[in-house]
Design a binder for this molecule. Structure first.
Ligand SMILES: [Zn+2]
Length: 457
């Protein structure tokens, strides 16, 4: 069973979805606006209630506004501002006692529509939110692409391409830029454009309703909206070239967009024919909970019920569960190494394990062992998704700091480590003389001796 949570600014919605994708239970409650602690507790209470009622333990995915920073793991860019700067993932995991997956709500929308919605079976899907804000998410081959900066699909704060006289002056955006796509294509953006050119302050829904009733002025406002949407989406098509674009959010209910916008975007797309289709959503408001639940695959087990902790999800709360890791692809090496580490540690004194953090996110692991006069670096692992970014060095530095703080220790030894000249320079830069040696197993081993002036003893 998979539980999806849609953590919105006004409501928190929960759905329990079975392996066939059917809703088994749905609940919602008002978001304790502006109260972070109460928000985490509300999510926890909703999950508790659902699991008690269904007598299950489920995986939990959360659709959230904004994203988790890759720098420090904290929430950023959320319009529910009480979440910003908070360790939401860790706090939810602590409250729920299991790993929790979080994704931006637009990514969850795109995933929901790509897996079994309007764009079912489509290879590259761009999901668009046209609501109080403008966002987007990219799904390729049924997987969310978060991107190198966790902002894939965030086209709302690109500048509107090829501004026309009616687009000027460029509206100021809350993000600090001018002329952002969101300032034209969000609901408030549509209303502001109407007020500027028609001199009439109406909410977006009213403009749409009046246009449908034959009001020429409102029709002209919607025509400007369509033309801008075509320009903005053409820029996306030129870069991502999706097979389908699915609209979501309040303005996705405007039926004429699906007919008119594809007629307009061809002029701006660098292709003789545009095969990309523009689709209305199949699941509407349910996309948040559905996409959140689908962050876990059917049958994937939560930790504590048979496995499911990946190295990236390890922290001090769940490190005991690592022995139940699900082995996939590139993780095999890590799993074997971790398994060996835990086998070595089992029931023995003098071993110490520590997580290597990228901000708040654990990305690696070191295992140290006390030996007479030295500390042995038994294992240094970095999650493959974070390799090549300096976390190996961070792990080594962490190990050295722990060794230096160990009474009576005057050197550290390592095995399975590079012993070439470049690695030697690294070790020297960290304050060591190094000697190559071979240990009793015949494995190449490196001994790092503390320089006398930095010897803590
Ligand atoms: Zn902006």
């Amino acid at each position: 069973m998979r539980i999806g949570i849609d953590l919105g600014g006004t409501k928190i919605e929960l759905a329990a979805i079975d392996d066939a994708g059917k809703f088994v239970l749905r609940r919602r409650r008002a978001t304790p606006a502006g109260d972070y602690g109460a928000t985490v507790e509300s999510v926890g209470a909703l999950v508790d209630e659902a699991e008690r009622e269904l007598a299950i333990r489920a995986t939990v995915g959360v659709a959230m506004p904004g994203a988790l920073s890759l720098v420090d793991g904290l929430v950023r860019n959320a319009n529910s501002t009480c979440l910003n700067g908070r360790a939401l993932r860790q706090d939810l995991e602590r409250r729920l006692g299991r790993p929790v997956r979080l994704a931006n709500d637009a990514n969850c929308f795109a995933l929901s529509e790509a897996l079994d919605g309007a764009a079912r079976g489509v290879e590259v899907v761009f999901g668009v939110i046209l609501g109080t804000g403008v966002g987007g998410g990219l799904v390729v081959l049924r997987r969310v692409c978060p991107g190198a900066n966790a902002i894939a699909g965030e086209w709302g704060h690109n500048a509107l391409p090829s501004p026309q006289p009616a687009d000027l002056p460029l509206p100021a955006c809350y993000c600090g830029r001018r002329g952002c796509v969101e300032t034209y294509l969000s609901g408030p953006g549509l209303a502001a454009d109407h007020a500027k050119l028609a001199g009439d302050r109406l909410p977006a829904e009213e403009i749409v309703a009046r246009a449908q009733a034959g009001d020429d002025v409102c029709n002209a406002t919607l025509a400007r909206y369509e033309e801008r949407l075509a320009r903005a989406l053409a820029a996306v098509i030129n870069i991502v070239d999706p097979h389908a674009i699915v609209l979501g959010g309040g303005l996705s209910n405007v039926a004429r967009l699906y007919e008119n916008v594809p007629k307009l975007w061809g002029r701006h797309v660098f292709s003789d024919a545009v095969r990309t289709v523009l689709l209305p959503p199949a699941h509407g408001d349910s996309s948040g909970v559905r996409g959140a639940a689908f962050l876990w695959d059917p049958g994937e087990q939560p930790a504590g019920a048979g496995g499911g902790v990946t190295l990236r999800e390890i922290d001090e709360n769940n490190i005991d569960l690592v022995g139940e890791l699900r082995v996939t692809g590139e993780q095999r090496f890590h799993v074997a190494s971790l398994a060996k580490s835990f086998w070595q540690v089992n029931g023995r004194e003098g071993f110490h394990s520590h997580a290597i953090y990228a901000g708040g996110v654990p990305v690696g692991y070191i295992l140290l062992r006390d030996r007479p006069g030295e500390v042995y670096l038994n294992r240094l692992l970095v999650d493959f998704r974070h390799q090549g970014r300096g976390y190996g060095r961070a792990g080594l530095t962490l190990a050295i700091d722990k060794a230096r703080a160990t009474p009576g220790c005057n050197r550290m030894s390592l095995s399975y480590v590079p012993a070439n000249a470049s690695a030697a320079r690294l070790y020297e830069s960290l304050g060591f003389r190094h000697t190559g040696a071979v240990d009793e197993d015949g494995e190449r081993e490196m001994v790092l001796e503390f320089e006398p002036r930095r010897n803590p003893t």
